[in-house]
Ligand binder design. Structure first.
Ligand SMILES: [Zn+2]
Ligand SMILES: [Zn+2]
Ligand SMILES: [Zn+2]
Length: 344
């Protein structure tokens, strides 16, 4: 574990800050008065779930464990596979059977069929998470995301495609074998909606993309950058909603993830691999979620949005204040978190 001068004395007198997210306008609390050293956030107990043997794993041999037929498979050339995608056996949304989506009213209430596509993207090695893989293999994961995205985006009932990855039990990974999920649904989430509105509003007022503005400022200030390559910037956001939160922003302004180029997939694979490897090393393999935020595929244009990946470590338990307000009290400043992650 690297050592770091945290200037504890300075932190003691540092006032608690309410910071505003430049895109959504949401408020967060950065309160380092009871600051821990960065390494004190590290996971303490051994990761039992990763002890689950390959033999009992549902994803090591998806055919033998009775998973549905693959919709995508990347072979390695020697009769093995490196990645495969198949429908989730227990989908959160049921596949459309063709025809109508049922809507119904009940008094003041309204409901509609929970229709969509729910797929699992599985990489070969049971024990190797994305941070431990060769960056080229992580680029292959991005390639699979894109390929499935393009296949599903024009389906009639699909207006948004959510791609996410749960790592560790507290982040919701019920099967320890590394896998991502894709859910293509008729509705756009409120969170993405507020980002779309925020990006649009910022552009109206400043004639500039809010994410491009952040990239420019972060590169100039150099306080919150964790990693950078030619096409991507990894940094801890100014208004972090969680300790050690990271954003991965493509440097080229692009509203649509599905238009990622071959070069960007290679650079993006490297950025994602590095970010996760740093988190793993710095905090002893903590649980986390990451997900892609991109423009909806609902046929409208979103020229002012800028697709990106967000990584949210699960280091805190939400208590009364967090649950009642939706505001997490962040106890390590994004500046200190970035400095620590940069160093590992
Ligand atoms: Zn497995
Ligand atoms: Zn932009
Ligand atoms: Zn976002």
């Amino acid at each position: 574990m690297p050592s770091i001068s945290l200037e504890k004395e300075k932190n003691k007198t540092k006032p608690t800050e309410l910071r505003q997210d430049l895109v959504t306008g949401d408020w967060v609390v950065i309160s380092t008065v009871r600051a821990k050293r960065p390494d004190e956030f590290a996971k303490k107990e051994a990761d039992e779930e990763h002890q689950i043997g390959v033999r009992d794993c549902l994803f090591c041999d998806p055919v033998a464990s009775g998973q549905e037929k693959d919709v995508l498979i990347y072979g390695t050339g020697n009769d093995d596979w490196s990645l495969r995608v198949f429908p989730n056996k227990y989908p959160a949304f049921s596949r459309p059977t063709g025809g109508q989506i049922n809507h119904k009213e009940e008094g003041p209430y309204f409901w509609m069929d929970s229709i969509g596509y729910h797929e699992v993207i599985v990489t070969r090695d049971h024990k190797k998470h994305l941070g431990q893989m060769d960056p080229v293999m992580v680029a292959e994961v991005l390639d699979a995301y894109q390929s499935r995205y393009i296949d599903l985006m024009n389906k009639k009932s699909v207006n948004y495609i959510d791609i996410f990855h749960n790592h560790g039990k507290s982040a919701g990974a019920s099967i320890p074998h590394p896998h991502s999920q894709l859910i293509a649904v008729p509705v756009v989430s409120p969170y993405v909606d507020s980002e779309l509105a925020g990006a649009e509003k910022y552009h109206r007022m400043n004639k500039h993309c809010v994410y491009c503005a952040m990239i420019e400022w972060e590169r100039e200030a150099h306080k919150r950058i964790v990693f950078e390559n030619e096409d991507f910037l990894v940094f801890c956001p100014f208004a972090a909603r969680a300790n050690f939160e990271m954003w991965i922003l493509p440097k080229k302004h692009k509203p649509y993830f599905e238009r990622i180029s071959e070069e960007e997939k290679i650079a993006g694979g490297e950025a994602l691999q590095k970010a996760i490897a740093k988190l793993d090393k710095a905090l002893n393999n903590p649980d986390f979620n990451f997900y892609i935020h991109t423009s909806p595929c609902d046929g409208k244009d979103y020229p002012h949005y800028h697709w990106h990946i967000e990584i949210l470590p699960k280091l805190n338990i939400w208590a009364g204040f967090e649950v009642s307000t939706g505001i997490e009290i962040v106890t390590i400043s994004p500046e200190d978190a970035a400095e620590y992650l940069r160093g590992v």
